[in-house]
Design a protein around this ligand. Structure first.
Ligand code: E4P
Length: 222
């Protein structure tokens, strides 16, 4: 499973790019607004940090305007993926942009039928909102499994991008359910690297190491 960072914060993107565990970035209007920066500037900067897909979203809800915005956003950088909401006008916009070979991410998906139609119109990615679905007592991981089965049945090339990963359990379920990608917020990705048992195990090793006479530890002297 590929991992994208779900943020528009360039410091976080730089930090995780250095660690080497992210392959792309997703933003949305709310995440851009949180940074308080010019949309174009922030998206351009993200594309200079990470050499992989960067999703940037249209804000219109009318098909023609979405297409116009999509073309403009796609012109920012070759790695841009135009994010389009899964409303009826959005399907039309994805279809037109896909004909122009512009990559798209059909977002705010809550049903496998939306994902099926997203694949039919040529979306590069579909983004089921797993966490938000769980918040309504519906199992988000099941939605990923359903979409996965539908895509396998018909050999669709559209990728499942599990979104709204609000905690580490969602990320694990996305991987188990066969998502191609999960987009994960920085604080959740930080948690995924940690285990209290790892910290405890390491503390024990380092404590025992101190029992070795100093002259026998000189290889590690700084
Ligand atoms: C990413 O594509 C989505 O916009 C994001 O994951 C939504 O996450 P949220 O439900 O926590 O806002």
């Amino acid at each position: 499973m590929e991992i994208f960072l779900d943020t528009a914060n360039v410091d976080d993107i730089k930090r995780f790019a250095r660690i080497g565990i992210i392959e792309g970035v997703t933003t949305n209007p709310a995440l851009i607004a949180k940074e308080g920066r010019n949309f174009m500037h922030v998206v351009e900067e993200i594309c200079t940090i990470i050499d992989g897909p960067v999703s940037a979203e249209v804000i219109s809800t009318d098909a023609d305007k979405m297409i116009q915005e999509g073309r403009m956003i796609a012109g920012i950088h070759e790695n841009i993926v135009v994010k389009i909401p899964a409303i009826p006008a959005g399907f039309e916009a994805v279809y037109t942009l896909a004909q122009e070979r512009i990559k798209t991410n059909l977002t705010i998906i809550y049903t496998s039928n939306q994902a099926l139609l997203g694949a039919k119109v040529g979306a590069t990615y579909v983004s089921p909102f797993v966490g938000r679905l769980d918040a309504t007592s519906t199992n988000g991981a099941d939605l990923i499994k359903e979409i996965s089965q539908i895509y396998n049945n018909y050999d669709f090339k559209t990728k499942i991008l599990a979104a709204s990963m609000r905690n580490v359990v969602y990320a694990k379920h996305a991987a188990l359910a066969g998502a191609h990608v999960a987009t994960i917020p920085p604080e959740v990705l930080d948690e995924m690297m940690k285990s209290e048992l790892t910290d405890l195990g390491l503390a024990g090793f380092l404590k025992d190491w101190e029992t070795l006479p100093e002259e026998k530890r000189q290889y590690f002297a700084h």
